[in-house]
Write a protein that binds this ligand. Sequence first.
Ligand code: PHE
Length: 350
Amino acid sequence: MSSLTDDLQTIQSQSLQEVERIISLEELETLRLKFLGRKDGLLTKVLQALPTLSPAERKDVGRQANEVKKALETALENRRQAIEDAQIAQSLAKESIDLTLPGTPVLRGKLHPLTQVLEEIVSVFTRLGFNLAEGPEVETDDNNFTALNHPPDHPARDAHDTFYLKDLKDESGLPLLLRTHTSPVQIRYMRTHQPPLYIVAPGRVFRHEAVDATHSFVFHQVEGLAVDKDISMADLKGMLTLFAQHLFGPGAEIRFRPSYFPFVEPGIEVDISCTLCGGKGCRVCKQSGWLEMLGAGLVNPNVFRAVGYDPRKVTGYAFGIGVERVAMFKYGVDDMRLFFDNDIRFLQQF
Ligand code: PHE
């Protein structure tokens, strides 16, 4: 018998043994090339030598070679299947779901603390019969200042470091500005409504200030305005006492301190008793027992004239509440910047 028969036997036993030891698809391909590769495959070479044999030999060796080839191909295929199955089993084991693990908590959205406080302040007054009014953040010089009894050369304008929008002018050629307070909503409302009127106007206001623990270039106010017959300081005091007690509890007290705002006369600043320490004095109220919370007063007759009301027929009060101040006090937060940083760890607490 030809030596090819021996070769084929060797090839068969050797290749089938090697297949069994293979553990990766790359090795499997290397092995396939070693025996079945088109050019240099060991088995391929035997097949290529067939034409040199006598017809009788060729038949036997040819049959044997085809059997070896089939056996090897089947072994390779089985091995490939086994390796792939093992890989799948392995990754399934790794990715398996442990149903006993705690779930990923879903964070529930909620309103920003400033929005909560702002809505709470507004609701105190709307429940008492005040209407909600709103105005734009970009205002005219007249609405923000002149009609509020701050003529162009009035020194009180200095108290408001104003952002002017140089390139945007109003009808009289004056630059528009970012409102420095919510008081211009008083003007807008009075120019479009007749007394009696009771409104609250919440909103954002802007001042060109350096940011620190108690100052920001953008903050919130809730404006209040009441215009009717015979409105007096006593009405203002009664209303603000109710406000303080709604927000800080039935024991809250208020006190008036004389102050100056061009659009009210007399003008006052209003303090609320510190409910954190019960008025004894603490860090938050700086040992005074009182917290400065808003500006207020009786509407200056010049403001009524500017909107076309007759100051002999109506009187009114106005107040402007600093929302950040209220929120800081209510929650014992000592740095206003925390409200604007939007750190979820801070916001989650409200
Ligand atoms: N607009 C004033 C300010 O921002 C506050 C205020 C409002 C004072 C209403 C009196 C009456 O400084």
